[in-house]
Every structure is written in structure tokens, then in C-alpha cells.
Design a protein around this ligand. Structure first.
Ligand code: PLP
Length: 438
């Protein structure tokens, strides 16, 4: 029996971090506020494993919140990055790596042209500006529970009625920033129809996660994304599919590979991030050539970035995408199926109500009552038993399994999750389910 990890070094670093950084972290979910306890400060990572500053090892089921599709410190990605590093780190001038990565993305997705930025937030922010600039309209539509980064106009809470404008979702966002945003319930066609019926001529774009993963995994109901694309088209609005999380992750072709490619439609604009940066800060937005040509310097819609298309990040992204073959996705699917089944079996045996949901290779476990049906939207997701999740999370952490420290996140695997890593998770699940039941 491996002793439960203790974390005195993480405790000490967390205390120092809190003195100099709000909450001790540089992105809120890392602080463990939703589950309690001390966040583990990570010293290194390799393959499917994280090692913290106390020397504890954990099977990583976060994968940096999606990017590490091939696992940590992949030797071929590292070799490419090391070679790029030796040539300098940033030039502020175009490079071949940017062209190669853009070609790879154009090849693997329905976008015709692409522009690189440094974060998913920038990608969605820029896509919305471009949609407004292209259409000459001002209103944007999003869904409750979909996260598109910390863009002011998208940090919005639903208004009092279905087709009423949103209110700020956080202090610091002025009402004027969300006054042109409509927030609708996900998977709700009637709400989309009502919003377009009332505001159609003013709607520049509808933006949605291609398969939401930021309220736990809530897949689009069959045909929902196509319905959104068609509704936008019939009202002269652009359909913006946010694949920052799902892109090159849900499948080789992202969520679009699971619906649009099969059904024969394409978004007007798409956003990407995470996997395409190979663990470095890189993201992108792209889409129809006629829309993208409105972007500066070809067109009048301004957009720029000092580190956009950074040579190290684009090299890592290109190496990652080139290594992300069908075999990688088949491996991740199989490992995910094993873990999903074992989690469900353990929770059932412990008498813990739960629902497992997937979008391609992404999945999550909701601690909701299956009698209430699948989780279709944010209101359903909000019913998850967060206390049960916290107990489950800590029991797994004690047994060397590092789940997302929030009940509303997807679980991520990589091609490096081998039998030993998966078995470590399987061995830990019965005790974690018992803890969730207590
Ligand atoms: N869009 C989606 C779907 C995301 O999941 C995220 C981040 O999790 C973002 C946008 C924002 O990306 P970033 O954190 O790189 O700004």
C-alpha cells in the first residue's frame, strides 16, 4: 500500500504564493477552492504522470486542461522545441513554422484561413470583433454554461427573459459590455428561435462551444450544431464554433469531425487553442476566406499581437498535430472507455447517483440523479452534488490520481495513459466512490 501523499512543500509554497499572488494562483480553478485543501505545486511531468514538489506522483487526468494530448514531455515534441529554442525565441516577423501550422489546421478543419493569437480568450474576442465588423451588426448570442475565456462581453449572465439582454457575470464588467449579449439555455432550439425572431436583424453571430466542456461535458443533442449553423445562415448572422477545448481533442477533427463533417455543414468562424499549442501559449481563429479577408492588414477589422504565431509555440503545436494520428485518438478513446466504465461501476456499487457524459474522447461524471435524465444544459449541470465530488476528488488525490479540482470540468487523457496509469485510476475508484457516498 502506497502511503497517502503529504504535501508540506506545497503547503509552504501556497502560503508564499498567496502573499504575492491573488489566491496564490494564476488561474482561479487551480486554487482548489471548489474542493478545499492545498493545491499541489508541480515540479515536473512526464507522460501521464505529474510529480509535485514533495515528490508525490499522480496520474494526470487534467492534461493541462486539455492541451497535453500526447502526454507530458513527449520526446519528439521536445526535440522540435529544443531545436527551435536554439534559433531564438521570438522575432516579431513571420516564420515558416506559422505557415506550416496554418496549413495543417486548414488541412484538418473546415477553415479556409487562420490567424494565430496567444490564448483562447483572444481567439474568441477577435472572432466576435470580426463577426461584428463583417456583418455590421452588434448583438451576439451565447449559451449559459459555455465558457469562451475571460472576454468582457462573454462573461455574461442571462437576462430575466429568454430574449432579454444579459447582465455582467462578474464585477469589473460594465453593463455596457454585456448589453449586446443574449444568453440562452444550451440545447434549447425554441430559445434560439425566439432570440432570432426578436433580434435577428441585429445579430452579428452566435458563439457556442462545439461541445461544451466547461460545465462538465454536455454534448450537443443530435443535429443541434447544424440547427445553429442553419439558423444563423437564414438570418445573415455568423456561426462561431469555439473548438478551443474540443479542437484536435474530441476527435482528430475536433467536435466538427463528429457532426459537421458527417452532416455536411461548416461553421463560418472557428476558434482553436489548447492542443494546437502543444503546451505553449498559442491559439487561433479562422474560417471562411471572405470573412477572414476583412481582417487587418487585408481588411479594416483591427487585430494584432506581439507574440502571435510565436516560433516556439507554433513549433510545439505543429509537432503535436503531426503526431496526433488516428492511433492516438483510438488509444485515448479506449483508455477513456475503461475509466468511464470503472467509475460508473464503482459509484453504482457505492450507491452514488451519477451520470457519465462524453463528447468524443472528452468525458465527465456528474453527481446528479440519473432519474432526472441526461445533463442537457447549465441548469441541469448545476444540480451536481459538489460535496460528493469534493470527497471523491480528495480520495483519488490520496491514491495518486489527479482529477480536475472542480465538479464542472472535463476529464482529459493522453496517448501516454498506459496500462499502469489506467490501472492506478481503476484501483483508486472504489475507495473514492465510497468517500463520495459518505
Ligand atoms: N474557449 C473554450 C471552449 C475554453 O475551454 C477556453 C479555456 O478553457 C477558452 C475559450 C479560453 O482559452 P484560454 O484559457 O486559453 O484563454
Amino acid at each position: 500500500m502506497i502511503p497517502a501523499p503529504t504535501a508540506p512543500e506545497s503547503d509552504a509554497l501556497f502560503a508564499r504564493a498567496r502573499a504575492v499572488t491573488p489566491g496564490g494562483v494564476n488561474s482561479p480553478v487551480r486554487a482548489f477552492n471548489a474542493v478545499g485543501g492545498t493545491p499541489r505545486f508541480i515540479r515536473s511531468a512526464s507522460g501521464a504522470w505529474l510529480t509535485d514538489v514533495d515528490g508525490n506522483e499522480y496520474v494526470d487526468l487534467i492534461c493541462s486542461w486539455g492541451p497535453m494530448l500526447l502526454g507530458h514531455a513527449h520526446p519528439e515534441v521536445h526535440a522540435a522545441v529544443s531545436a527551435a529554442l536554439a534559433r531564438g525565441t521570438s522575432y516579431g516577423a513571420p516564420t515558416e513554422a506559422e505557415v506550416l501550422l496554418a496549413e495543417e489546421i486548414v488541412d484538418r478543419t473546415p477553415v479556409e484561413r487562420v490567424r494565430f493569437v496567444s490564448s483562447g480568450t483572444e481567439a474568441t474576442m477577435s472572432a466576435i470583433r470580426l463577426a461584428r465588423g463583417f456583418t455590421g451588426r452588434d448583438v451576439i448570442v451565447k449559451f449559459a454554461g459555455c465558457y469562451h475565456g475571460h472576454v468582457d462581453s462573454l462573461l455574461a449572465a442571462a437576462g430575466s427573459g429568454l430574449a432579454t439582454f444579459a447582465t455582467p457575470g462578474t464585477p469589473g464588467v460594465p453593463e455596457s459590455s454585456t448589453a449586446l449579449t443574449l444568453v440562452l439555455p444550451y440545447n434549447d432550439r425554441a430559445a434560439v428561435e425566439a432570440a432570432f425572431a426578436e433580434h435577428g436583424p441585429r445579430i452579428a453571430c452566435l458563439v457556442t462551444e462545439a461541445a461544451p466542456g466547461n460545465m462538465g461535458v454536455v454534448p450537443p443533442e443530435p443535429g443541434f450544431n447544424r440547427f445553429l449553423a442553419e439558423t444563423c445562415a437564414s438570418h445573415g448572422a455568423l456561426f462561431v464554433s469555439d473548438e478551443v477545448m474540443t479542437g484536435f481533442r474530441a476527435s482528430r477533427l475536433g467536435q466538427w469531425g463528429l457532426d459537421g463533417a458527417v452532416e455536411g455543414w461548416r461553421p463560418d468562424l472557428m476558434t482553436f487553442g489548447k492542443v494546437m499549442g502543444g503546451g505553449f501559449p498559442a491559439a487561433a481563429f479562422g474560417g471562411r476566406a471572405d470573412v477572414m479577408s476583412r481582417l487587418s492588414p487585408e481588411g479594416p477589422v483591427y487585430q494584432a499581437g506581439t507574440l502571435s504565431g510565436n516560433p516556439i509555440a507554433t513549433t510545439a503545436g505543429l509537432a503535436t498535430l503531426r503526431l496526433a494520428t488516428d492511433d492516438v485518438y483510438a488509444h485515448i478513446t479506449a483508455a477513456g472507455d475503461t475509466i468511464k466504465a470503472a467509475a460508473s461501476d464503482a459509484l453504482t456499487a457505492a450507491g452514488v447517483p451519477h451520470v457519465v457524459q462524453s463528447a468524443g474522447t472528452m468525458f465527465s461524471v456528474f453527481f446528479t440523479d440519473p432519474a432526472d435524465g441526461p445533463v442537457r444544459d447549465f441548469a441541469d449541470a448545476s444540480r451536481t452534488d459538489t460535496a460528493a465530488y469534493a470527497a471523491f476528488f480528495h480520495a483519488l488525490l490520496e491514491r495518486q490520481v489527479y482529477l480536475p479540482p472542480s465538479a464542472y470540468e472535463a476529464w482529459f487523457l493522453s496517448s501516454a495513459h498506459d496500462d499502469r496509469a489506467v490501472q492506478t485510476v481503476l484501483d483508486a475508484l472504489p475507495a473514492a466512490a465510497a468517500a463520495a457516498a459518505a
